[in-house]
Ligand binder design. Structure first.
Ligand code: TYD
Ligand code: MG
Length: 461
């Protein structure tokens, strides 16, 4: 059978189709399918000549090579990487345009160069002069970093071999192209092909490789989602425009946990590490205002106190608006339904706005109780006491369910001056509270609301 000369690939999810489609049947996106020339397959069939290929070995025979890691010295980054960069490993650093990927990459390059380098920074987006301008803003960037403005993958091979860099940064992977394919840079096949070629070089030369990639509004790596299986680590750099905070998360990590987060702050002199994020997130809080509740989250090994705010207002329209920022829509919808059925807080024909402050995204179910209390507090015009926080998952029956690491959360709340933490009743007996803080056991939403009415500060009058 003749091989088709072209394939049609979706730029959103990377799915391939034999013909053009207006809408990708895999991911449902419109106008994302484009024609691309099919590359000659690297392996023609599986008919390898005899004697080619390695023999299978038993697991016991294989020695676990101790992988020397290179701690980048940027602790927030090292924690997310699982201790540092591994030579030969490929890291994909994704984020929306403007979030600070190039800045982080350059700061990483500076650390590696100072520790003995050499570092090759391939800039496909910015001219060397622009990279220099950015470097001038950052605290002490070594002048030894090699900058190469290049978009052809083939042209990287020689400098790579000559320099034998310890770290190569490619900013961004969407600008690269290989002569093997005719399609435009940024297309799915180009991105995949280029990344695979670079990953192979990195493995041969034991170079740590960082690929910078842009993501779309929906939060998926544009095109390079197809890269996720090809790289060893996928990092996502998140942050809201207008907020200085930046969160670094690992979506995949072959060398460490994906639970850890790194917290940075974008300043005039580059990204600064935030060692005590809770303090920063709570800095602008107005204690004792209705519609606000603090939740101690647990991100990996580190607790994080975040303020959840809610505003409930009479709706001028037939269908009330429910708008959320930083909290999942579906979870808020669920909590509103539970509040409606399991409590006497009347939310009928009311607009509800929920916001996690500081541009943080709160994804843990353990924030349910805080979201529900913030909504109820706004509706009832009854403020939570300024020294109280809450955590617990809310079930459909209104029951408050257990949260992981309650002890660590309580400790962080106590450290920041909170004296009361509403927590799942089933967990309180087995959890010794830290000095200065009392756990308030709540078994269901009704109990939590009764506590709010009792202990809260009525601000209606
Ligand atoms: P950049 O790293 O270029 O983002 P990306 O590569 O993800 O597109 O930086 C984005 C923003 O950060 C830019 O709008 C300017 C700002 N910035 C600072 O506030 N301080 C700095 O020191 C630097 C270098 C950038
Ligand atoms: Mg950039």
């Amino acid at each position: 059978m003749a091989r088709p000369r072209s394939i049609y690939a979706c730029s959103h999810c990377g799915a391939q189709h034999p013909r053009w489609l207006g809408r990708c049947t895999e991911c449902g996106q419109w106008n994302t399918v484009a024609e691309e020339a099919a590359a000659a397959p690297a392996v023609e069939g599986l008919a390898a000549p005899a004697g080619v290929g390695a023999k299978p070995r038993s697991l016991d025979e294989i020695e676990a090579a101790a992988r020397p890691r290179f701690a980048t010295g940027i602790e927030e980054l090292d924690r997310v990487l699982g201790g540092g960069l591994v030579p030969g490993a490929v890291v994909l650093l994704g984020g929306e345009p403007g979030v600070g990927k190039s800045t982080l990459a350059l700061q990483l390059a500076a650390r590696r160069e100072r520790a003995g380098g050499p570092v090759l920074y391939v800039s496909g987006e910015e001219s060397p002069e622009q990279v220099r301008l950015r470097a001038d803003r950052l605290p002490e960037t070594p002048g030894g970093i090699r900058i190469l403005a290049e978009t052809r993958v083939e042209a990287l091979v020689d400098p790579w071999r000559e320099l034998q860099p310890a770290l190569v940064i490619v900013d961004s992977v969407q600008t690269l192209q290989t002569a093997r394919l005719e399609s435009a840079p940024g297309s799915v096949s180009q991105v995949r092909e280029c990344a695979a070629a670079l990953a192979a070089i990195a493995k041969t030369h034991h170079t740590a490789l960082v690929l910078v990639g842009h993501v779309t509004k929906e939060g998926t790596l544009a095109g390079p989602r197809v890269l996720e299986h090809l790289v060893d680590v996928v990092l996502a750099f998140e942050g809201e425009r207008g907020h200085p905070f930046r969160l670094l998360r690992a979506h995949k990590n072959r060398f460490g946990s994906t639970q850890e987060i790194g917290v940075f702050q974008m300043a005039a002199t580059g990204l600064e590490q935030v060692e005590n994020p809770s303090e920063l997130f709570l800095a602008e809080r107005r204690g004792g205002a209705p519609g606000s509740c603090i939740v101690p989250l647990q991100e990996g090994t580190r607790p994080l106190l975040v303020e959840v705010q809610a505003l409930v207002a009479p709706s001028p329209y037939g269908t009330p608006r429910r708008t959320t920022l930083g909290v999942e829509d579906a979870r808020v919808a669920l909590l509103l339904a539970v509040l409606d059925r399991r409590s006497d807080v009347d939310l009928l024909s009311r607009d509800v706005y929920v916001n996690a402050t500081g541009g943080v995204r709160v994804g843990e179910p353990s924030s349910d109780l805080a979201v529900a209390l913030a909504i109820a507090s706004s509706r009832l015009d009854c403020a939570l006491p300024a020294d109280a926080a809450a955590c617990g998952e809310v079930g459909l029956g209104g029951e408050i369910r257990r949260v992981p690491h309650l002890e660590l959360r309580a400790k962080e709340a106590a450290r920041l001056g909170f004296t009361r933490l509403l927590a799942p009743a089933s967990q309180c007996d087995a959890t010794p509270p830290p000095p200065g803080l009392a756990l308030v056991p709540v078994a269901d939403l009704g109990e939590a609301l009764a506590w709010l009415r009792r202990a809260g500060v009525d601000t209606a009058s």
